[in-house]
Design a protein around this ligand. Structure first.
Ligand code: ADP
Length: 534
């Protein structure tokens, strides 16, 4: 027997209407590209979104057409998010840190009709425009001004939006229609497009907004960029919950972030570990502390134990570890503070916090061996991490083949353990795990242990060929002062198994990072492939 309830489509236009009606006076604070701080209400921003929707219609953008942004976290970007998705268009956020060839590939593949761009990124557009198979309308996000670049088809946001009428009704869409498009950064091969639907976005928003405890009393600083996986869904969650948003623009250094935090008092921060490293270093140099920040949500790479401890002990802030990926909208698991955790002594709790946590309701996870047999959830077996759920990819944009197996499981490319209580721990990317004499060494664990050493600023562990053990780890470090291998080895001695200790420690001046801030280990493996063979 079927239930008798209604089947309302879950769409972003409905989400916008909800916010317009009930939380339109919520504040959005934004550091603009000229570095000024702008304060607007959600209602004011969404009124601009209505004008953008009409403007896009006048530019012949229809339902399902892609509209790109290359922009920082700022108020205009927020307005575009909802102007595009509210009129049935597909919001395509582009990561400006991609290589120009990848940008060209993405713009051609997505066939973007319009590209909104912050002036920081005009040189990027100038560099790629002649390689595009289509000629999109380029809209500079700001007032009309003289510019020093030769850009075709260029218009100015403020002028165009001001002249546009607001759309009277948001466009009706089906919940299965596409709403947003993000490309993976593709360290090998071309980037792949992940096409979110209205439904998947709304469901992800419900789950993440709830889990992150967003409500009308909260104030959230997403340092995680709106150009990469929709800032982990924060703009949507802000509309659903009515929380205050603080958008940091392009000023992501410790001093600027602290200035914004002191002025606007967020109680929730969100970002990748490198950003927090910058902030923590600044705070420690200046002898400052954070006040009123309840939690800092960290994802994208593993948060080291030293960071978890420093946030807690110096700033009274709880670090919530989250894990996910572009193909998962992105949130899959979170390690929120539980009743059990609160009762634990600090050191035990920190250890638990290094794990990536428990699936949000809706996400299923399992680990499998090379033959696809499910492995035990015993905290000891480790294998390929597979996921499925209503905000997880089924197939890539414009691809005919599914990205999942017959039962809907998507292989994340991560290697993980699952503990008996369900807590998941990422051990490594499958391509980065070090296979030494048939046993596995987690490069992430070693790196995180190494950054706890007072002289180590950043650490990277890669597996390189070894005549006896197939592969052995070497540790590359950016360090303060001279390298003291003995002291680092001694420090690691009681944190990891003896046979995990790196075969060599090398001081480097810099480490290569990809478009999403992750270490590019492929290059380093190539560079050091002979290191232990000599
Ligand atoms: P990219 O474009 O770099 O793939 P994603 O955000 O999609 O960007 O990256 C997803 C990957 O990042 C995951 O598969 C995982 O390897 C890594 N990752 C994300 N969050 C964490 C975390 N909390 N701990 C460890 N690794 C993480």
């Amino acid at each position: 027997m079927k239930g008798n309830m209604q089947n309302m489509d879950l769409t972003i236009p409905k989400l916008i209407e909800h916010a317009e009606r009930y939380t339109s006076d919520t504040l959005i604070v934004s550091r603009e590209t000229d570095n000024s701080i702008l304060k607007k209400t959600t209602g004011e921003c969404l009124n601009q979104s209505r004008k953008i929707a009409k403007l896009l219609q006048s530019l012949k953008v229809g339902k399902g057409d892609r509209v790109a942004t290359i922009a920082w976290n700022n108020s205009r970007h927020f307005e575009i998010y909802f102007g595009v998705t509210g009129m049935g268009g597909v919001l395509h956020t582009i990561n400006p840190r991609l290589f120009p060839e990848q940008l060209i590939y993405i713009l051609n593949h997505a066939e973007d009709k319009v590209v909104f761009v912050d002036d920081t990124f005009l040189p990027l557009i100038e560099g790629v425009q002649d390689h595009l198979e289509f000629s999109p309308v380029i809209i500079l996000m700001g007032p009309k001004k003289e510019i020093n670049f030769d850009i075709k088809n260029l218009h100015f946001y403020d002028e165009m939006v001001e002249q546009s009428e607001p759309i009277s009704d948001w466009v009706e869409v089906d919940e299965g229609d596409a709403a947003a498009l993000c490309y993976t950064s593709g360290t090998t091969g071309n980037p792949k497009g992940v096409l979110y639907s209205h439904r998947s976005t709304v469901l992800h928003t419900w789950a993440s907004g709830n889990a992150l405890r967003f409500d009308t009393t909260s104030s959230v600083l997403p340092v995680v960029p709106m150009f990469h996986v929709n800032a982990w869904g924060t703009p949507y969650a802000a509309l659903m919950t009515g929380c205050k948003l603080i958008l940091p623009g392009q000023a992501l250094d410790g001093a600027s972030l602290f200035e914004l935090i002191s002025a606007e008092n967020p109680n929730i921060l969100m970002g990748v570990p490198t950003v927090w490293l910058g902030l923590l270093n600044y705070l420690s140099e200046q002898n400052l502390t954070l006040e009123g920040v309840d939690s800092v949500m960290v994802g994208g790479s593993a948060a080291p134990l030293a960071m978890i401890k420093e946030f807690n002990e110096k700033h009274n802030t709880f670090l919530v570890h989250g894990w996910g990926m572009t193909e998962m909208s992105p949130l899959g698991t979170m390690n929120l503070q539980t009743k059990k955790m609160k009762e634990l002594p600090n050191e035990e709790r920190y250890e638990l916090q290094t794990k990536q946590g428990y699936p949000l309701f809706g996400v299923e996870i399992k680990i499998v061996d090379d033959a696809n047999n499910e492995l035990a959830r015993d905290g000891s077996a480790q294998g390929a991490l597979l996921v499925r759920g209503p905000w997880i990819i089924e197939s890539y944009f414009k691809s005919d083949s599914p990205a999942v197996d017959d039962e809907g499981w998507f292989d994340t490319g991560d290697v993980a353990k699952i503990f008996s209580d369900g807590c998941m721990q990422i051990m490594d990317r499958s391509k980065d795990v070090i296979k030494s004499g048939g046993e596995w060494i987690s490069s992430i664990d070693l790196e995180n242990a190494a950054v706890g050493h007072p002289d180590v600023e950043e650490a990277c562990v890669v597996g390189v060929p070894h005549p006896k053990w197939d592969e052995r780890p070497i540790l590359l470090v950016i360090c303060k002062g001279d390298l003291d291998k003995e002291s680092i080895n001694e420090f690691l001695g009681d944190k990891v198994a003896k046979w995990w200790l790196p075969d060599d420690i090398i001081k480097v001046d810099e480490l290569p990072h990809g478009a999403t801030g992750k270490l590019l280990k492929v290059e380093l493996r190539e560079q050091y492939k002979e290191h232990l063979m000599e």
